[in-house]
Design a protein. Structure first.
Length: 220
């Protein structure tokens, strides 16, 4: 008689799938149970206190678990972020709002330890999201939204505000701004923008240059 094949029952996977299929029902039951059993708050406080007292032990356990199951943990994190993208972003915003200095320090430390990885990720993101990249640069450099930039472009009819030549490509468009106040003045072509920059926005020097050119214009 052939030996019957054993069926392996994965309890963790079963519970994980069951929670996924009945998450709303279980959350509602948990809320109702807490409402009917006010003494459960004491148990919750006790659990939080225990976690606080054994924080380092729990961290050490997490580090060891990550070390032994790195690929599995990374795959689970990736899947969770994919399924709960908005929730992850919202939690990140809350952490930054509550403790911005700590979050910035962690980001800085991560960047210092993973420069090449961050560079490749940034390069790949910029390639896949050209519009978002442009909007991010405008906001960071000039505190200007993409809609405001488009408004300037339409108001100038797609031309340079000084020489009135048409902009052929977006890379030819330069945002002119007051370097002292940061106020946006308009969109210029490369030559006009460099010209103002070389004259350091000095109107007296520009007038002297005009006078100089006019002096020799009649001789040609």
């Amino acid at each position: 008689m052939a030996r019957e094949q054993l069926i392996v029952f994965d309890r963790k996977e079963y519970h994980r799938q069951y929670y996924k299929d009945h998450s709303e029902e279980l959350k509602a039951y948990k809320k109702q149970w807490a409402k009917d059993h006010p003494e459960s708050e004491k148990l919750k406080e006790h659990r939080l206190q225990w976690r606080k007292e054994h924080r380092e032990d729990r961290r050490e356990y997490s580090r060891q678990h990550y070390k032994e199951h790195r690929e599995e943990v990374l795959e689970k994190c990736k899947q969770y972020r994919k399924e709960n993208n908005e929730k992850v972003k919202d939690n990140r915003r809350k952490r930054y709002k509550n403790n911005p200095e700590k979050e910035l320090e962690q980001c800085k430390q991560y960047y210092m330890n993973n420069k090449e990885k961050c560079y490749e990720q940034s390069k790949r993101w910029a390639k896949n999201n050209p519009e978002k990249k442009k909007e991010s640069q405008l906001k960071y450099q000039y505190n200007l939204s993409l809609k405001e930039w488009e408004g300037l472009w339409y108001s100038q009819d797609g031309r340079c505000a000084i020489c009135d030549t048409f902009f052929i490509e977006t890379k030819d468009i330069h945002i002119d701004h007051d370097h002292k106040t940061g106020k946006i003045r308009g969109l210029l072509c490369r030559a006009c923008n460099y010209g103002l920059g070389n004259f350091s926005d000095n109107t007296e020097s520009l007038l002297l240059a005009v006078s100089y050119l006019n002096k020799f214009r009649g001789n040609n």
